[in-house]
Structures are given as C-alpha cells and as structure tokens.
Ligand binder design. Sequence first.
Ligand code: CS2
Length: 494
Amino acid sequence: MHLSAAAIRSDSAQALFSNKAVSVPDYDPAATNPGIVHLGIGAFHRAHMAAYVDSLLASHPDWAIIGASLRRPDARDALAPQDFLYTLAIRDASGTRARIIGAIRDVLDASADRTELIEIMALPAIRIVSLTVTEKGYCSAPATGELDEAHPDIVHDLAHPDAPLSAPGIIVAALKLRQARGLIPFTVMSCDNLPSNGRTAGRIVRRFAELTGDEALIDYVNTVSFPSTMIDRIVPATTDKDREIVNDIIGLEDAWPIMTEPFTQWVIEDDFPAGRPPFEQAGAQLVDDVEPFELMKLRMLNGSHSTMAYLGYLSGHQYVSEAIADPGIHKLIHGLMTEEVIPTLPMSRESLEAYRDQLLARFANPALNHRTWQIAMDGTQKLPQRLLGTIRARIDAGQSYTRLALGVAAWMRYVTGIDEKGQPIDVKDPLSARLRQLADAAGPDADQLATNLLTVTEVFGTDLPASKAFRDEVTNHLKSLLETGAAATIARLG
Ligand code: CS2
C-alpha cells in the first residue's frame, strides 16, 4: 500500500507504527492552512524547515507550506499521490527513526507553469516566501554576490516579467501582484548556504526590481525584509536502497523519503514584519545577528566538506564517511579546521574546538551515504564562501593557508574531468563547459592549469589571482596532485 493520509490512519499502520516508533503528524494536515510558500522543495527543505514547521502545526495551523520546484516536475509527481506526506528517516550508527511529515500541503510544478505559483504567492495568507534554490539559483556572480545581469534567465525574466524562470524574477513578479492588490509584502527568507544569505537575496531581488525601471515597484520591493538564516543538517540524496529501508520500517510505500542525520540547527535573524510562526518553539534560535553563525558553519562544515569531496573523490572514496575514515584525510581536515579556520572566527577557541569535534563525528556517521560527488557539485558557486573567504582572512592576517589552498587545488584537479585512474569524472557545475575548455587548453601542466582556472574571476575575484604567494601555493599542490595523486599529496603535508 502507498503512503497516504488514509493509509497512516488505518489500524494496521497504527499498530505497526506504535511497535516501530514511527511518528506521525500530531495534527490533521487537511485542517491546516498555508502561510508559507517555499521555492525549491528539494530534499534539504524537507529534512530541515518542513520538519520545524511540522512540529508547530498542531498549535499554529495557519503556517503550512506550499512548495514549488522550479526546475523539475519530480517532487510533485512523487508527493501528490501520497497527499504530500513523506517520511523523514533520521539515521546514525544506532539505527533509523522514521517521522512522517505533514507540513507540506501542496507542491507546484513551476518548471511547467509559474502563473499559479505567482498567484498563490500573492494571497494575503502567505506571509513568508522561503528559498532553498541552491547557490546557483540566485543568478549571482559568486565572488561578489551581485546579480549577474547577463545570466540567461535574468535576461529572459526582464524581457518576460509575467513568465519568469529565475527565483528573483518569480519573487519580483509576485511582489508586483501583491502591490497591485494593496497587500503588504511577504518576508523573503533564504535558507541557502550563501554568505549573509538574507543580505545577498535582498541585494539580488532589489537589483532585479531596479532593472524593471518600475519606480513604484522599486519602492515597494525596498520595503521587503530579507532575514538571514544559518541552516545546518546533512541531507544526502535519496537512493533506491533508502526507499527500501524506509518502506520496510513504515510498512507503506513512500515514493520519496528523505534521509538525514540526528543533528539539526537553524539560526534565524528575527525580522519578519508580516509575522512568523514561533520557530523557537520548534528548536530554532532567533537572534539579532546571524552572520557569526553563518561564517562558522560555511567555513568549518562546508569548507571541510568541499575539501573532503574533491580530495576524497580523487582518492577513490565514494562517501564522506569513507573519506573521513582515511587517516590522512582525517588529519588534514582536523588541521584545516584547527590551524587555519578557527583563528579566523569570532567565537571562543574552546567552543569552536567542540564544534569541530562534533563535525568530525557527524562526517563519520556510517548510516549516511553522503556521496563525495554530490558535494563536489557546483564548485564555482561554493568555493568563494567555503574556502576563498577564509584564505583572504588568513592573507590579511599574514597567516599560512596551505590546507585551504590544497582544497582549491583539488577542485582544479577535479574539474579537469579525468580521475586518477584515467576515468571520466561527471563534473556538474553551471560553468562546467568553460572549466573543461580551460583545463583542456592547459593539458597536464600544473602552472598552465592554475593560470587558466584563475582567470575565472566570478570565482576568484581579481585579488587572489594577483597574489603570487596564493598562486604558488595552489600551483605547487596542483603539481603534486597531478604527478603523485591525492593520497601522496595529503601524506606529504604531514
Ligand atoms: C554540502 C551541504 O552538498 C554540499 O555542498 O556541503 O549541503 C551540507 O551538507 C549542508 O550545508 C549541511 O547543513
């Protein structure tokens, strides 16, 4: 039997759930009303924000979520037949806990039609529009966080404002409709791994509005608030094996369960003029300034993740848990956080070392099959906030950054598209064609490869390529990676 509202109320399911400690919504999802529209209804949102909202709906039924996927129809296809219910499977070495989530009331396939989505975003009841559209969904230049005005989707959306493709285009179209209806704006809450994600989202949306030349709209968009958030939960892509595990536990077929770890954290800047659910009652931290938390998470967790993804993949490790079990990689990541990242952060060393140890344990979670290839994706959008910002801070302080530079060199080695055994690597990146061209033009020469890739100013800016010390450090690592491989390079670092 398929997962559905009726199925989870059946006697057989209730009996099984009480035996196996499967939890179900403590409210009737059909009796809730949407207050949030979420753009980018992928695995991450379903493991994180939707779970917080799920905890609140019994007491605050007017904050259910309408999700939209902007690129693919698959979320709607999978979830509609099961009344938008899905299982969140929380896994570690001790086992799997299943929680059925009812917070999502509908999923729109906005890859096919944006009209309905924009219409819903302009309903009075919608007070928050949240986003997990990934770094590239902001259509920005990663090095600066400014709107990329030449981005094909932005060019399209400015020419066709009523049929937008991009997240900024959709948000501005919905705000325009709200303005026409005399409504106050919704709050835009970014939940992506960007530096100052609220400020970045605000800068991009406001710039898009400016480019429309519509003065009244520009004024209205200037009144929108864009709180920053720091979001943290590791959520690997779901596999068929995961589906089997979950179906076995819940005794029902769930077309798209989500696998995650026990750890979860959400720090939110408290700036919601249109109102918000009491996220703090679900465990979120509401603060005045999220930036220190974001910096800590991006540099410690995501910086380590990307470094491990490239070096791990090149060393033949399919999963993060395998990479971190490799003594060379463990030592490198421990050293990267302790020696190079922690001194750049404003918190106490003691608390940061505790955070580091917790991260090392999370990376080692043997039940999360988190592929290095998944994290390696979209490197051009990730490197600036994960590694390059930290390198800049180290340079400014006159300090060394050899492990961080190895992470950058490993990315360069990875985007050549050929692994250490001569097999092709499926490099997923919005700039992959250009990266491939630059790599092919360089051939196996480390100097040339580094020189070519450092011309990608959207990633490196102009300051880092101009620093001889930075170029030398990256080139030396790259030479070693090309000539001796990842494992020997890591070992040499000691
Ligand atoms: C990962 C993140 O895929 C990636 O790039 O580094 O998705 C990471 O798992 C999350 O940020 C954890 O909160």
